[in-house]
Structure formats: C-alpha cells, structure tokens
Ligand binder design. Structure first.
Ligand code: NDP
Length: 493
C-alpha cells in the first residue's frame, strides 16, 4: 500500500510488479494543489533504473502468459471489477483529481465516471477480438490471428489525468498487453491510487506498472527501452516529435495524440443563445486545458458584433473558485508553469488583437494559479494567439465573410484535432463537415466525447486513434497463418 508520512500529505512509491517500491535513487518530488499552492503529496522521481525494473516486470508478466494467455473472458471480468471499484470510489477519486489538477469537482466527477465506463467498455470488447479466414487461391487454410503487441509504454498529460490513463490502459489490457504507465509529473495521484486495488480485482503482478517522474528522466527511458514494443503518447506536439524520433531507433510502434487549435465555427443562421453557450463551453471547460478546446472562434460577419458582445457579457459572469466548490465553473490552472505560460500569451494577445474580457490573472485570489477567462476579438488567423496552442482559458474570435472564407480560415492551421460547425442549414453544414480537416467535427455542439467513438488527430495533432474498436486495434498485431492442405511434395526441385 502507499504510505502516508503526515496527515493530508501522503508519500507514494512506484508501483512495479504488483508491489509498492521506492525509486532506485530514493528521490521524491512534491505534488502541489494548484488552488492553494500547498504540497499535497510526495511521489518518486523515477529514473531509467526504475523504468528498467518496470519494463522487465511488464515483459515477465507478458511472457509468463499470466495476462495474454488468460482467457479473454477472464481479462474482461478483471476490467469489469476494476470499473466497478472505480465507480464505487468515485467521490474519493474525483476529490483527489480536483485537488491535484484544479479541475472543478463537478467536472472531475464526470471524468471519473467516464474512467469507469472506459474500463467497462474494453472489458466487453476483450471477448470481441476476432481473427479472419482469408480466401487464398490455393488448397490451404489461411488465417489471420490477432495477438497483443506486447509491452506498451504509455505517457500521458495532466489535463484529464485518470481519464487519459484509462484511455490507454483499458484497450491495452483488453488486447492482452502489459503496461508501463507514466502519469504527468503534475498529476500522478489518481493513477497511483487505483493501483491500490489491482490485487483486489485480481490483476496479476507486473501487468500494470506505474512510474512517476519527469519527462526526460522517466518518460524518455520508456521510449528508449528495448523491452517496450509500443508507445502510446498524449501530450504536446513538441514532445510528440521527440518521441517519434526516439522511437525510430528501435522501430517501436507509436500512436500520438497531440495538441490542437480547433475552430468553433458560427454561421449567422445558428440558434443564437445555444451558439453563445457553445462558444464559451467549447473554450473554457476545464479552464481551457483541453486538447480539443475551441480556441479559434470563427463568427460570420452578419452576427459578429452582437456575438462578441454576448460572449463577453456572459464570460464575465463565469464563476471562478476553489475546485472543490460545487458552484465553481473554472478552477486554477494546473501549475505555476502553465499559469506563467498563459499569462504570457495574454500579453501577446493584447498586442495582436482587441481584449473583450479578461486578459490577466484573476485578482480575487491571493493564492492559486487563477486566470481570467479571456476573449480576444478581431483576431487575424496569422496571429500567434490563433496559431499556437495556449492550453488555457484564452479565446481568439475571428470574423469571416462566407462559407468558403470560414473553411479557408478553419483549415489554415498546423493542427487538425477537432472542429465544430453551428448552423441550421443542413446542406451548408454537411459541406463544411466533409471539407474540414479534423479528427472530429461536432455539429451544434462542442466537446462531447464517447468511449464508443474514435478519437485522434489529422496533421500535427498526431496519428492513430483511441477509443472504440479503433483504440483496441492499436494494441494488436496481425499474424498470418498458412496451413497447407496438400499432402503432396511441393515439387519445385
Ligand atoms: P507534454 O507534452 O509536456 O507532456 C506530456 C507527457 O510527456 C508528460 O507525462 C511528460 O512528462 C512527458 N514527457 C515530456 N518530455 C518527454 C520526453 N522527452 N520523453 C518522454 N516523455 C516526455 O504535455 P503536457 O503534459 O503539458 O500536456 C498538454 C499537451 O497535451 C497539450 O499540447 C495538449 O493538447 C495535449 N493533449 C492532447 C490530447 C489529445 O487527445 N490529443 C488530450 C490531452 C492533452 P512531464 O509531465 O514530467 O513533463
């Protein structure tokens, strides 16, 4: 079990081979509550030696057959049990997620329920992995078998900590893979907490190993480790590029879920009230720390002024507050580093566009990384605040003339994770849906995500898909089996 050193400040170990173990060098680092700036936990600062132990434990669990050779039903049942446990402990996990990352408690509760749903979904999918009979033109039986990729190294960000862990662990486990997971340095706590229940739900030792620490010292060794067959990464495009280069060394399979600068597009014929809510929700949910945030808000000129005024007016009423307060709609940003980064972008924005709302830190709070919901308008799509991912509550509102103009601006981005179109004209909407270069297009909504449907990016938003059967595919190999049914010699020599 993880151990506490003093009330409310827990010290965790690494979870390797089914046991809590300190890091080889014995170093830990502090985990901060971003609303109070106080230390809430100490976790190991793992290095390559720890990753090596974790990778070997995962390899051993894979090779021993304790997981991959368990029946699919058996694996599925363990995932169901884990889901049930997570659901029953939802309030506790949600509170920890909220304290650790600054996420409003109501949103954290949604996330933890989605975590449980994700394990349930893949528990069900474990028994749906099926091979194929190939119609070869010979007297032979040709089969395609589906097999687990092996050991998966999984590196995740801080914005949806346990949900990102679930998106990676659940399909990998359903496929029969074993895992080495590295949570983000800022938000490792909920992933560590669920490891307390692995034994209780009968997950064999070594199947899931959790290594906490920093990107270069704990993440990079995962990418470089020869016993790890696949890397599943969610994070920034800049780190994604480093990972892709490193993975080339030993030809690891890689899936990358990277950032975005997603257009949320409003035509004049959209329902106005819904549109305003959709624009704000699209960019300010989770303090804007969302990969698919609708951070470029494209508005047709016919309604532009009225739209900006209404957005600004409503944004000023968004309730900022402590994450555990049920009325809070926006908590603090996750860390001092992210807070400084967002404040810098606010300054850049002031030079590039007009300020409608916000534009600085939220002054009502003495402590904590609180930032005002910020709306810049009359933004040109070439501005830095329209091109670079800010990953905070900063919206860039951009006017457009026509459908063609909207499409040109929307697709003019290095990213292609998500887009949304708001209109009541089905023909125009469907033309936009087809032409937008993004992994998801919402119509008259923005942000709902379901475990049953694929998630992933176009362009520099990455490649590979998570969730649904697509997510499972990424953890499966295909083996061809050819069974000769002729009893005669081959007859070639
Ligand atoms: P980072 O890319 O900085 O970090 C992501 C993870 O990678 C962290 O665990 C980090 O460790 C680790 N890491 C950092 N450097 C290396 C390295 N050299 N080798 C291996 N691992 C490394 O992203 P953030 O955590 O800041 O998350 C925000 C980003 O994630 C945004 O760009 C966002 O768009 C993206 N994201 C994408 C999603 C999607 O589905 N497409 C979903 C959620 C977020 P450490 O924390 O210690 O730095």
């Amino acid at each position: 079990m993880a151990t506490g050193i003093k009330a409310n400040v827990k010290t965790y170990d690494l979870f390797i081979d089914g046991k809590w173990q300190p890091s080889a060098k014995g170093k830990t680092y502090e985990v901060i509550d971003p609303s109070t700036e106080e230390v809430i936990a100490h976790v190991p600062d793992a290095t390559a030696e720890d990753v090596d132990r974790a990778a070997k434990a995962a390899r051993q669990a894979f090779e021993s057959g304790s997981w991959a050779s368990m029946t699919a039903q058996g694996r599925g049942r363990i995932l169901f049990r884990l889901a049930e446990k997570i659901r029953s402990e939802m309030p506790k996990l949600a509170e920890l997620e909220s304290r650790n990352g600054g996420k409003p408690i109501v949103e954290a509760e949604f996330d933890i329920n989605d975590v449980a749903t994700c394990f349930e979904y893949y528990g069900g999918l474990a028994t749906k992995i099926q091979g194929h009979v190939n119609p070869v033109p010979d007297n032979a039986l040709s089969l395609s078998l589906r097999e687990p990729v092996g050991v998966a190294g999984q590196i995740i960000p801080w914005n949806y900590p346990l949900l990102m862990a679930a998106w990676k662990l659940a399909p990998a486990l359903a496929a029969g893979c074993t895992c080495v997971l590295k949570p983000a340095e800022q938000t490792p706590l909920t992933a560590l907490e669920i490891a307390n229940w692995f034994e209780e739900v009968d997950l064999p030792p070594g199947v899931v190993n959790i290594v906490t620490g920093f990107g270069e010292s704990a993440g990079a060794p995962i990418v470089n480790h020869p016993e790890i067959n696949k890397i599943a990464f969610t994070g920034s495009a800049s780190v994604g590029k480093i990972i892709l280069r490193a993975a080339a060394e030993n030809i690891k399979r890689v899936t990358l879920e990277l950032g975005g600068k997603s257009p949320n597009i409003f035509f004049a014929d959209a329902d106005f009230e819904n549109a305003i809510d959709g624009a704000l929700f699209g960019v300010f949910i989770n303090q804007g720390e969302v990969c698919s945030a609708g951070s470029r808000i494209l508005v047709e000129k016919k309604i532009y002024s009225k739209f900006v005024d209404a957005m600004v007016e409503k944004a000023k009423r968004i309730k900022l507050g402590p994450p555990l307060d049920r009325d809070t709609k926006m908590g603090p940003l996750v860390s001092k580093e992210q807070y400084d980064r967002v404040l810098q972008y606010q300054e850049i924005g002031k030079k590039e566009a007009k300020v409608g709302a916000g534009g600085g830190r939220a002054k009502a709070f003495g402590k904590g990384y609180y930032v005002e919901p910020t709306i810049f308008y009359d933004v040109d799509n070439s501005a830095r605040i329209a091109r670079e991912e800010i990953f905070g509550p900063v919206a860039a509102v951009i006017p457009f003339d026509s459908e063609a103009d909207a499409l040109r601006i929307a697709n003019d981005s290095p990213y292609g994770l998500a887009a949304a179109v708001w209109s009541r004209d089905i023909f125009k909407t469907m033309r936009m849906v087809k032409a937008l270069r993004a992994g998801i297009v919402w119509v008259n909504h923005m942000q709902p995500t379901y475990v049953e449907a694929p998630w992933g990016g176009y362009k520099q938003s990455g490649f590979g898909r998570e969730l649904g059967p697509w997510g499972l595919e990424e953890y499966l190999e295909t083996k061809q089996v050819h069974i000769n049914l002729n009893e005669q010699p081959i007859g070639w020599y």
